[in-house]
Design a protein around this ligand. Structure first.
Ligand code: OOB
Length: 561
């Protein structure tokens, strides 16, 4: 493989606009040099993934959706046309452009068109609404927004009109579909021109902006650099043993780091594998697609993996071609892991990742014990992990504490967020994940990580601190509980009381029955629920994780549905 035009030549140069770099926290030069010297960073722009693939495998199928497909050469050609169209609109190097498209080939076309133009995509998810998009527009200073017309009854054009009215910097709305007064996406895809040659890009500058998955407050923006994200995609594909024979299914929202680059679309492209997009991840539709395209790899959040596993009982077509199914995004109990391994695929793997960078996963061929009981081990030998106690001191090996991370693809600061950065990073540049973990230090799990909860996901009941995750683990062992969230509700006497929001499987149980069950499991009295509320489903975030903020909001509003 080429090592890139800037490797081994000291500090790379290249162009990045001053406006883009305002509020961006780069890697410190000593670590950047170490990553270049070690060959992790190659100095290429992120879209070299496409130019390389188009040169090596021009006629292979790059991307597929229900309407169309593109070979790598076709994708490179259409990305160039889009870049020419963007230039005509005055969108230029370093400009931020929000992308909010459903899972489809056009998502990939937009992403690579923007990169080809030197613009910086802001990866929004279809579930985001004006609160999130307005915030992204404000912070990023985006000049344009690319949306679909109407999906599932929601009209993105109306939302775009509201945003444009409130954010004058947002000069263009580009609509894929029926576009009314906006710029038609088709005018870019069919643009007759060729884009001008781009200046060599600074590989240490932001290639795209991801949004954080945190469940408190509005999402933050995470600038991923060309060097770091290219390394992320390539290394992830290698570690997952992806080859050109693999077919990856994007079942989660494509703009999320997980299906985008872990290995996802971008990782698949680095090895010449095909990516299939679906906007409908229901088992019925997804299984048919997996069968049709002989999909081998995909990434799912826990709730979806569990649903797919269950659906294997009744769906006529089963996803037998799958060889490696990554499940992650939130904690998975060992019971659920076994259930998914038994029902869906023995190729299930766990992944513990974050848009901020650091990825851990179980590898193909890892022992069953590791796959069931851990969330994997770090992707890179250069990932640095520290586990610390409440006072910031490192805990003894194998003990629990907060995970702090630093490495060749982990951010050094949120984009334009000084206050959050003061809280979220240690003085020597480690990102405080807020995740409570233990790193096993001996035996077959040595070096593997177990996520035991979020450090702040605790309930202060009377004088006691109760871990919501520990209680949820116990709840999930009850045969009549399908899924559960333990949350704090305000209480006059206790300060906070424990509420279990539960989706039942079959006959519901009472609070007394539940507490008798928990008593038998050895859960102490102060850590058992004070209230039990049945819900038909648990509310979820834009990527499909349980949204505890929403659970609490519904309980407080007295709405359980
Ligand atoms: C992924 O990314 P985000 O940014 O949506 O969320 C990150 C957070 C982590 O800090 C952690 O709290 C939680 O989600 N998380 C897990 C987990 N995987 C993620 N908690 C427990 N167990 C796991 N396996 O969620 C993400 C990004 C890339 C790949 C996979 C997931």
């Amino acid at each position: 493989m080429s090592t890139g035009f800037l490797a081994d030549q000291g500090k790379p140069h290249g162009y990045a606009s001053a406006d883009l770099l305002t509020g961006f926290v780069p890697f410190p030069e000593d670590r950047a040099k170490a990553y270049r010297d070690a060959g992790y960073w190659t100095g290429q722009p992120l879209d070299s993934i496409l130019t390389d693939a188009a040169a090596r495998w021009p006629d292979r199928t790059a991307i597929v959706d229900s309407a169309t497909s593109y070979s790598f050469a076709e994708l490179a050609a259409v990305a160039a046309r889009v870049a020419a169209g963007l230039a005509e609109l005055g969108i230029t190097e370093g400009d931020r452009v929000m992308v909010q498209l459903p899972n489809s080939c056009q998502f990939a076309v937009a992403l690579f068109g923007l990169l080809r133009a030197g613009a910086v995509p802001v990866m929004c998810l279809p579930g985001h609404r004006t609160a999130e998009l307005g915030h992204f527009a404000e912070v990023s200073g985006a000049v344009a927004l690319i949306v679909a017309d109407k999906v599932g009854g929601f009209d993105y054009r109306d939302m775009a009109a509201t945003l444009v009215a409130e954010h004058p910097a947002l000069r263009h709305v580009i609509v894929d579909g029926d576009c009314a007064d906006f710029v038609p996406w088709s005018s870019l895809v069919e643009h007759p021109g060729e884009p001008a040659d781009r200046r060599p890009v600074d590989p240490n500058s932001p290639a795209l902006l991801l949004v954080s998955g945190g469940t408190t407050g509005l999402p933050k923006l995470i600038a991923r650099t060309h060097d770091d994200y290219l390394y992320n995609a390539r290394t992830c594909a290698q570690t997952c043993q992806m080859t050109a024979q693999d077919v990856y299914l994007v079942a989660l929202p494509a703009g999320h780091n997980f299906p985008l680059a872990c290995p996802g679309l971008l990782g698949s492209m680095t090895v010449g594998a095909t990516t299939v997009f679906t906007a409908d991840p229901s088992p019925e539709s997804a299984f048919a697609l997996i069968d049709k395209h002989a999909v081998t790899v995909t990434g799912l959040v826990n709730a979806l993996a569990k649903l797919w596993a269950q659906a294997c009982d009744w769906e006529p077509v089963l996803p037998t071609s799958l060889r490696y199914v990554q499940v992650g995004g939130s904690r998975m109990s060992p019971e659920d892991a076994r259930f998914i391994l038994d029902r869906l695929t023995p190729g299930m793997a766990q992944i513990f990742g974050m848009a901020e960078g650091m990825l851990n996963f179980t590898r193909p061929g890892d022992p069953l014990d590791v796959v069931v009981h851990t969330q994997g081990r770090p992707m890179s030998p250069a990932d640095e992990m520290r586990v610390v106690d409440d006072n910031g001191g490192e805990v003894a090996p194998g003990e629990e504490g907060e995970l702090l991370v630093r490495g060749p693809y982990t951010l050094n600061g949120y984009y334009r967020a000084d206050d959050a950065n003061a809280r979220s990073f240690s003085p020597d540049g480690f990102y405080r994940t807020g995740d409570r973990v233990r790193i096993f230090d001996h035996g077959p799990r040595a070096g593997y990580v177990e996520v035991t909860g979020r450090i702040k996901d605790v309930i202060h009941r009377g004088g006691e601190t109760v871990s919501a995750t520990d209680l949820e683990d116990h709840l999930h062992t009850h045969p009549q509980i399908y899924s559960a969230a333990a949350v704090a509700l305000p209480d006059e006497y206790l300060g906070e009381k424990i509420c279990a929001a539960v989706v039942f499987r079959g006959r519901p149980i009472t609070l007394a029955e539940l507490n008798a069950f928990l008593d038998e499991r050895g859960v102490s009295a102060h850590a058992r629920p004070d209230a039990l509320v049945a819900m038909p489903t648990l509310p979820s975030t834009a990527v499909g994780k349980v949204d505890k903020k929403q659970v609490v909001a519904r309980l407080v509003a007295g709405k359980n549905g």
